[in-house]
Design a protein around this ligand. Structure first.
Ligand code: BTN
Length: 259
């Protein structure tokens, strides 16, 4: 098996993302290691990779299954506070570009799940380190199901896929990481081009045009996903005709409204 850290040290051509690399064969969660490094002033782009996580974290308090064969990475960024809302778009687009470079077509489910054929192949978790109103750092956690069979894990069998399942062969994890860091650095450089980033994000968003159910914690609403606005909110037309902007929530695609 290729040593991911050695491969990246040798082949990665980015200027800062992934240049400081911390690799662990097994870890609790890469988020905790990256946060500790960020607290100790690790430079922007510092990345943590794990071969396997024992307590991988997902969005909305869920856990993230992170077995051997997956890519689990967390990256320290320090964007201007006004640009935080673009990070889900930038990160999910970086995954879309990375997979595209490897011959795979994927789509986005709002805000930043990456799907192939309607099944989740990548999840993104963003945690912020604030000190009062100042954003000190963000930790961007990206988990990609690369080389494992989701049928082996009953809890995700129906909803998740992996790159090896989609291609019918093992996919080099080290190349997925290289493509991901490269594309993330390119897109992060476009953080000033807000409209272009949001428009490209919307173009790849499978959610738009669909009937969706959104769980907002204590309640669930249904409607048609119309668009995303400049703040990254999902605009939903409810059944009474009103339009509601969703800032955070868990979206389920109910059925396609286009057909
Ligand atoms: C989600 O879809 O719920 C987000 C999943 C994020 C998983 C990644 S794997 C690397 C990083 N470490 C974690 O514990 N979580 C993120």
């Amino acid at each position: 098996m290729v040593n991911i850290a050695a491969y990246l040290r040798q082949n990665l051509k980015t200027h800062y993302i992934g240049k400081r690399l911390h690799y662990f064969e097994v870890i609790g969660s890469t988020m905790d290691i990256a946060r500790d490094l960020a607290e100790k002033h690790a430079p922007e782009g510092t990345a943590v990779i794990a071969g396997k996580q024992n307590v991988g974290r997902g969005r909305l308090g869920r856990s993230w299954l992170s077995p051997v064969g997956g890519l689990a990475t967390s990256i320290v960024l320090r964007p201007p506070v006004k640009k935080i809302r673009l990070i889900p778009a930038i990160t999910s687009l970086a995954v879309i570009h990375a997979l595209h470079n490897m011959g795979l077509k994927a789509d986005i489910k709002w805000p930043n799940d990456v799907l192939i054929g309607g099944k989740k192949v990548c999840g993104i978790l963003i945690e912020n380190g604030f000190s009062e109103a100042d954003l000190r750092y963000m930790v961007i956690g990206i988990g990609i199901n690369v080389n494992f069979d989701t049928y082996a894990f009953q809890e995700i069998t129906d909803i998740a896929t992996s790159l090896s399942m989609e291609t019918g062969k093992d996919v080099p994890v080290e190349e997925v990481a290289l493509q991901l860091y490269t594309e993330l650095e390119k897109l992060y450089a476009k953080i000033g081009e807000e409209d272009a980033v949001i428009r490209e994000w919307a173009c790849h968003m499978e959610t738009l045009g669909k009937r969706v159910r959104v769980s907002l914690g204590s309640r669930t609403i249904e409607g048609t996903a119309l668009d995303v606005n400049g703040s990254g909110n999902l605009l939903l037309r409810l059944d009474d005709g009103s339009v509601q902007g969703i800032t955070a929530g868990d979206v389920t695609h109910v059925r396609d409204q286009k057909h």
